[in-house]
Design a protein around this ligand. Structure first.
Ligand SMILES: *Cc1c(COP(=O)(O)O)cnc(C)c1O
Length: 803
């Protein structure tokens, strides 16, 4: 059946038989078959949603890190196994075929991947919920390693046709920038007229989001910026109009040109702000238009729509919704405000100061004059509310205002304008309430809630590790696929030696697959009997790749001092992109690669330590590494990692966490118990305490710990570099700038925890028991659980029954 259709598709689309078709044609033929299957369901789902008049949620996000969809879609339509079989029997390499799909890298890291996992869970839980984002022409840059340095190349992911999108020309809307606002009276009412603005055409491209073996297909709507061809009247005979038009066209198309490559970092660029408003305005106009078609009036908006904003990036949704309700729908302020603040909900993703969005007031005023007026009014009313209703907070007004000292504070705008404010792990939410957003919590206690992040177990277990998935199913049945909490049924097998063996065999197979992959691709050889110690995530000071590499340098030192050092061979695997302008992060990458060069080839260490820095860490690479991992490095400075999701993916694949008391690590520990995780380091309270009192002295740690002195001094004595300035940036950030991320402070605890990892790994049965215990408890971290909680506790939406 599949085979027949597949042959037919190759013939009708490319005029080829299976033996003549290229891998790309095979990939495209399979994609087209999937499309035939899902577009019917898609149409039907849309119709059911409309007719059922269900409440729907729109998840607004500047990032959707989808990765590839081919395998996910095959799995969800139920063709995964048969397709693999047919390809293999036809002598085709499934891996090569599926890799024809370019990763959709429309995100930086965790925040964008979370959005993608949520979409998968929404559809699989039959929940009416959709994504709204930007169709960047270039996704996150491709990282190329040149002499151990990161070089960024543009990611032109649309170079081949993107198989999963459909352009919806007929649903284009207009987004307006710049100009001025004329204020006038009409029948005793104040009216506002926006004039002399620049017009941008927002055109949606829809990507179907397929539910797992159900009838639901939701929509990810990605907006693209185009010029209006009737924006200019070509009149001038000297060509000026034409050149003006070209300027205009270029400036418009820039808006959806590329994704900003900063993760957990605020960069105050005008173009970025334009992108944010573009997303919000196009998304909202479209939502409201559809709402009115189905429900005929606007006043019941909060009963039928919820809008979740992924961090503050889309927080202009608050004034934009106000603008549409006031100016277009003619509502009064109070009514419009009640609707807005019952529709919008906000997820906070970080407490890092450098990530807080603070736009210059005049930038907002110039780009969106009407939006600016509305923010001013919201701010004034909010400040008055504090003054009159919360006199104890009067001294905090300047600190809580939306506009102060010439800047607009987007987190304040988001909190004031939404009915729900959530953090992404218990610890993170506690920190929001007690520290970072304390005064807002005093005013709006009922708005604050926690939604611990999750990952889709369909992609991150079923798809990437079919061997483990089928072992699990043959042991406890396949109920866990629908209800991931049932993974807990594995617990009785944690001590079962034959199950332990089976788990060990799967892990070994995945390690060998991974080793073969990097050997084929990079010529790198790794020892598959060594411990695979994995540190994969964006390169950031707070994520402390530096602590990891310091420990490796220390181990290297021990190897040189003692040729008989008892240690289990270890392969340290790194994957990380640094933001292009983040010098410290790039310096850390260079340190990792420089250390790799020296340590991997030194006879004193080469049988014990191997460092591998993998180029271009992205979703597809994560999918190959994670099933092969033994150790999951989650070593952020306590309080800095809001949740983490890499920790969950690795746990679900049987890796043991080596982590700090941070983010969701805390909840992983709660689930598996302290004996099934390796934890170390400062607590968040201790970190806050040091920060408040200013009592941490990095230099004292340096002076008192010989191991640290040895490692640090090697940085500036040409041990790993040709000159002594290469790593001085790192050296000074620790000693002169007092080690903002407590790397030296946590070094001792980390070394000790690493020793315990080594010892435990040698007792394979104990290790496997811990590994199985982790898998068994990983069901809690399925995004199905997370999304159900959002649905029940924030959005008020329910699974649909399809007609
Ligand atoms: C899951 C994921 C992340 C997030 O990893 P953290 O360890 O939580 O920072 C980043 N990038 C990719 C490609 C991912 O798949």
């Amino acid at each position: 059946m599949f085979l027949t259709e597949f042959r037919e598709k190759l013939t009708t689309s490319f005029g080829k038989s299976m033996k003549d078709a290229t891998d790309k044609e095979v990939f495209q033929a399979i994609s087209l078959m999937i499309k035939d299957e899902i577009y019917r369901k898609w149409q039907h789902t849309q119709k059911s949603y409309q007719e059922g008049q269900y409440k729907q949620v729109y998840y607004l996000s500047m990032e959707f890190l989808l990765g590839r969809l081919i395998e996910n879609n095959l799995l969800n339509v139920g063709w995964f196994d048969v397709c693999k079989e047919v390809l293999m029997e036809s002598g085709l390499n499934t891996d090569k075929v599926f890799s024809q799909e370019h990763d959709a890298g429309l995100g930086n890291g965790g925040l964008g991947r979370l959005a993608a996992c949520f979409l998968d869970s929404l559809a699989s839980l039959k929940l009416p919920g959709h994504g709204v984002g930007i169709r960047y022409k270039y996704g996150l840059f491709q990282q190329k390693m040149v002499n151990g340095y990161q070089v960024e190349l543009p990611d032109y992911w649309l170079k081949d046709e993107y198989m999963w999108e459909t352009k919806r020309e007929e649903e284009a809307v207009e987004v307006r920038f710049g100009g001025t606002v004329e204020v006038y009276y009409e029948e005793d009412n104040l009216r506002f007229k926006h004039v002399d603005y620049e017009r941008v055409r927002a055109v949606p491209y829809d990507v179907p989001i397929v539910g797992y073996q159900n009838e639901v297909v939701n929509t990810l709507r990605l907006w693209s910026a185009e010029s209006m061809n009737n924006h200019f009247h070509f009149q001038s005979p000297n060509g000026h109009d034409y050149y003006h038009y070209l300027d205009y066209k270029r400036s418009v198309e820039q808006i959806s040109e590329f994704l900003y490559p900063d993760d957990s970092f605020y960069e105050g660029k005008i173009l970025r702000l334009k992108q944010q408003y573009f997303l919000v305005s196009a998304g909202l106009q479209n939502i409201i238009k559809k709402h009115k078609q189905t429900h005929h009036h606007i006043k019941n908006l909060p009963n039928k729509i919820a809008i979740q904003i992924n961090d503050t990036h889309p927080s202009l949704v608050v004034p934009e919704l106000m603008r549409l309700l006031l100016d277009d729908e003619g509502l009064g302020w109070d009514e419009a405000w009640a609707i807005t603040t019952s529709t919008v909900a906000y997820t906070n993703h970080t407490t890092l100061n450098e990530a807080l969005e603070k736009w210059p007031e005049n930038m907002i005023r110039d780009l969106f004059p009407r939006i600016y007026m509305i923010i001013e009014e919201i701010n004034e009313r909010f400040c008055k509310q504090i003054w009159y209703e919360h006199p104890s907070l009067r001294d905090s007004i300047a600190q809580m205002a939306i506009i102060s000292y010439g800047t607009v504070h987007m987190a304040h705008l988001a909190m004031v304008g939404s009915f729900s404010i959530n953090g992404v792990a218990k610890l993170h939410t506690t920190i929001l309430k007690k520290q970072v957003m304390k005064p807002f919590y005093q005013i709006f206690p009922e708005r604050f809630n926690n939604k611990t992040n999750g990952i889709t177990h369909r992609r991150w277990l079923l798809n990437v590790n079919p061997e483990l998935a089928s072992l699990i199913s043959s042991t406890i049945g396949n109920g866990w696929i629908q209800e991931p909490k049932k993974l807990i049924q594995l617990l009785p097998f944690a001590n079962d030696s034959s199950f332990q063996n089976a788990i060990a065999n799967v892990k070994q197979k995945k390690k060998e697959d991974f080793a073969a992959y990097i050997h084929g691709k990079y010529g790198i050889v790794i020892d598959t009997t060594s411990i695979f110690d994995v540190h994969i995530k964006r390169l950031h000071g707070y994520k402390r790749q530096l602590l990891n590499i310091f420990h490796i340098l220390h181990l290297y030192q021990l190897c040189r001092e003692n040729p008989n050092l008892p240690m289990t061979p270890r392969t340290f695997i790194f994957g990380a992109k640094a933001a292009p302008g983040y010098h410290f992060a790039k310096n850390v990458i260079k340190l990792i690669t420089a250390a790799a060069e020296k340590i991997n080839s030194d006879p004193a260490s080469r049988d014990k330590i191997k460092i591998v820095f993998l180029e271009n860490y992205n979703v597809s690479l994560a999918e190959r590494i994670i099933p092969a991992a033994d150790v999951s490095e989650q070593i952020s400075t306590a309080s800095k990692e809001a949740s983490g999701t890499g920790n969950m993916k690795l746990m679900m694949n049987g890796a043991l966490t080596l982590g700090t008391h941070d983010g969701a690590n805390v909840e992983i520990k709660e689930m598996v118990g302290p004996e099934n995780i390796f934890t170390f380091g400062l607590t968040s309270e201790e970190v806050f305490d040091y920060q408040e009192k200013g009592t941490y002295r990095a230099r004292d740690v340096y002076n008192s710990d010989q191991r640290i002195r040895t490692v640090m001094d090697q940085l500036v004595t040409r041990f790993f570099s040709k000159d002594d300035v290469e790593f001085k940036h790192i050296y000074y950030s620790l000693l002169k700038r007092n080690d903002e991320f407590f790397v030296l402070k946590d070094f001792d605890g980390y070394v000790e925890a690493q020793q315990l990892v080594d010892q435990t790994y040698r007792q394979q049965s104990i290790w496997l028991k811990k590994s199985i215990t982790n898998i068994a408890h990983s069901g809690k971290f399925s995004s199905d659980r997370t999304v159900s909680q959002y649905a029940n506790e924030i959005w008020g939406i329910h699974p649909v029954t399809m007609s």
